[in-house]
Write a protein that binds this ligand. Structure first.
Ligand code: SF4
Ligand code: SF4
Length: 70
């Protein structure tokens, strides 16, 4: 399997309902959480499985290439 590109994530806070689904599905779990019960914002995820983006019921998770946020 090709190596996935690292990502950072932005959250559309106007859409997020703080359901915690993204955190529940993320294999990084407690190490990758924001103060608002979402996956971490602006930190680099090297797994890039996209499970968080897929499970978000309001499509509030916005992935970006990690380099773009540096
Ligand atoms: S892409 Fe996967 S590992 Fe990375 S934050 Fe989302 S659910 Fe977690
Ligand atoms: S899954 Fe979506 S709506 Fe739920 S906490 Fe995460 S970003 Fe917010």
């Amino acid at each position: 399997m090709p190596k996935k590109e690292p990502l950072t994530f932005a959250i559309n806070w106007n859409a997020c309902i703080h359901c915690g689904a993204c955190v529940a599905v993320c294999p990084l779990e407690a190490g990758f959480i924001s103060p608002f019960d979402t996956i971490a914002v602006g930190e680099t995820c090297h797994i890039a499985c996209m499970a968080c983006e897929k499970i978000c019921p309001v499509s509030a998770i916005i992935p970006q290439p990690a380099e773009a946020s540096i």
